[in-house]
Design a binder for this molecule. Structure first.
Ligand code: GUN
Length: 291
């Protein structure tokens, strides 16, 4: 069993990006600039956005954090998005999800200029991705593809079962795994809460991408020997022994499943850091597209 070390792999990738930034600076080019919009006080969102800002600093990008009140109206948030669309110094930006209940996520995403949509959530980018045209790929699915690629994992002709059809992970991951491309060319089954024979499908899977947000949901009896397991779950569960008061739990019972797996991602330290580096890759691409 080989651990897919997202922490180490993402560090290598950040080092590569930092070198590219140095080259851009030497040539007098523009330093990539990412903005992140954070609405309200969701603990996980604050942690994620702060990490994104730190990543920018590490590789030499500029970053701007736009903090907005939980009570901001949808109209006001759309105005903030319009400002970022118009700001020539900002190459790309993200609006951290989830947004407060009174704001329509989809409306906000649709308002982002697709050329600055470094989350790859705009329908134009999702459509271009599905057609295998150049686009910003959503960060988590892109991180998964990079992890498979960096570990040279064969995906062509394999049966990939994706669990969860969220717009930001499961759905785009299923499209990427099925594209005529490496990593991809897999036979993909996209499963969700209405799937009736999930165990049977999982037991047939060569590759499992678990993104349903239920800790330890996938257990050893549900997988076959040699399976490749990508665990996207990051549920916070109470752990008094940690300074933060919680620990992160994946969707896969790591202890039980890992002895049967050929490759498996840990939680934390697997997909999470890969997601973060994908945003840097997209921001670098956004800045390059303007040169
Ligand atoms: N919330 C959880 N993951 C993401 C992400 O990748 N981007 C944004 N904007 N919000 C998220």
């Amino acid at each position: 069993m080989i651990i897919l070390d997202g922490k180490k792999t993402s560090q290598e990738m950040r080092n590569e990006i930092a070198k590219e930034v140095e080259t851009i600076v030497k040539k007098g080019g523009k330093i990539p600039h990412l903005a992140a919009v954070l609405v309200g006080n969701n603990g996980a969102s604050i942690t994620y956005v702060n990490a994104k800002v730190r990543d920018c600093e590490e590789v030499g990008f500029k970053s701007t954090l736009v903090k907005l009140s939980e009570t901001i109206s949808e109209k006001e948030l759309l105005e903030e998005v319009a400002k970022l669309n118009a700001d020539e110094d900002i190459d790309g930006f993200i609006v951290q999800l989830p947004l407060p209940k009174h704001i329509d996520d989809q409306k906000v995403i649709m308002a982002i200029d697709p050329k600055k949509d470094v989350d790859g959530f705009h329908p134009q980018n999702l459509g271009r991705m599905a057609l295998n045209l150049p686009s910003y790929l959503p960060a988590t699915p892109m991180g998964i593809m990079d992890l498979l690629d960096r570990y040279n994992i064969e995906t062509g002709g394999k049966h990939c079962v994706v669990v969860g059809r969220s717009h930001i992970v499961g759905l785009p991951a299923s499209i990427l795994m099925g594209r005529n491309h490496y990593p991809g060319n897999a036979t993909v089954t996209l499963t969700h809460s209405r799937t009736t024979n999930l165990k049977e499908l999982l037991r047939d899977a060569d590759i499992i991408i678990a993104a349903l947000g239920k800790p330890d949901f996938i257990t050893a009896d549900m997988v076959k020997d040699g399976v490749v397991v990508i665990d996207v779950g990051t549920t916070r569960v109470v752990d008094k022994s940690k300074k933060s008061g919680y620990k992160l739990k994946g969707d896969v019972d790591f202890e039980g499943v890992s002895p049967k797996a050929s490759y498996i991602t840990p939680v934390p330290g697997g997909v999470g850091p890969m997601t973060r580096v994908s945003l840097l890759k997209n921001t670098l691409m956004a800045a390059r597209n303007k040169m």
